[in-house]
Design a protein around this ligand. Structure first.
Ligand code: ADP
Length: 250
């Protein structure tokens, strides 16, 4: 049973758009606490895979188990978010007219498991958690700044912080370093290092140097034409003839 110990287990997921198979019997499992990088050329099915995991797209067939028992393919997007899957899209969506601190506070209050209302005072403990996340996302000292005035990279970190306020078990990050400066990319790698082991994380990314950096010998999955083409350490997949062929062109 390959699903043993997996936090996420996709089994034979197929998604078709007008007869075209964006995912073709995709099977994949992510271990609890793992940081998995997913790479693959444009059109490989990476976004569709994230859409299936978050309930945005329903597969034609196959199942997606979360934490052994929940079948994500039978749940709504809201139910999936409440079950502990947080997704960060490529473009940051923070509340620009609010401060960094307020953004984190709002994210915490939006977590239905905490309390179903925006109108309550946060406890000292919750304030401490916000401070902890501020340090983690490299925005200590910026908490009173308007989010709209942050750099692109800082907005991306703030959005990761907002996801963290909801204590997700699985974090899905869609091209987290797209558009970042080299310095910001480096700090994002450090941020992911700090999260490593505390959350299970799936990163879809095009920046190979970044993937190489954060994978650290861990497993990298290469998608191609809707299924897994190769899987292994970055060193292994980079040396794989099939991978070289799809990346360098036929
Ligand atoms: P990736 O994220 O790896 O670039 P996608 O998952 O976005 O790949 O897309 C996989 C394939 O499915 C692409 O060929 C894309 O054109 C197609 N596709 C994705 N979404 C749709 C859709 N809503 N309708 C039709 N085709 C789609």
């Amino acid at each position: 049973d390959t699903s043993h110990g997996a936090i996420l287990y996709l089994e034979d997921i197929t998604v078709s758009f007008d007869g075209f198979r964006a995912l073709n019997k995709l099977s994949l499992d992510i271990s609890d606490g793992e940081l998995r990088c997913i790479i693959g050329p444009n059109g490989a099915g990476k976004t569709t895979m994230m859409d299936v995991i978050t309930g945005k797209t329903r597969p034609d067939s196959g199942t997606a188990y979360f934490g052994q028992t929940l079948d994500l393919t039978r749940m709504s997007e809201v139910q999936i978010a409440h079950a502990g899957i947080g997704r960060k899209f490529q473009r940051p969506t923070v509340f620009e007219q609010h401060t960094v601190f307020e953004n984190l506070e709002m994210a915490m209050k939006m977590d239905k498991r905490v309390r179903p209302t925006l109108f309550f005072r946060i406890s000292g403990e919750q304030r401490d958690r916000i401070r902890e996340v501020l340090a983690l996302i490299r925005l200590e000292g910026h908490e009173r700044r308007l989010a709209g005035l942050l750099s692109h990279g800082q907005k991306q970190w703030l959005e990761i912080g907002m996801l963290l306020m909801q204590e997700p078990r699985l974090l899905l990050l869609d091209e987290p370093v797209a558009g970042m400066s080299d310095a910001e990319t480096e700090r994002t790698a450090e941020l992911l290092d700090d999260l490593r082991g505390k959350h299970s994380i799936v990163v879809v990314e095009h920046d190979m140097a970044f993937v190489n950096h954060i994978a650290r010998g861990g497993k990298v999955t290469v998608l191609h034409e809707g299924s897994v083409l190769a899987q292994g350490s970055m060193r292994e997949v980079q040396a794989d003839e099939r991978v070289i062929e799809v990346y360098l062109g036929r």
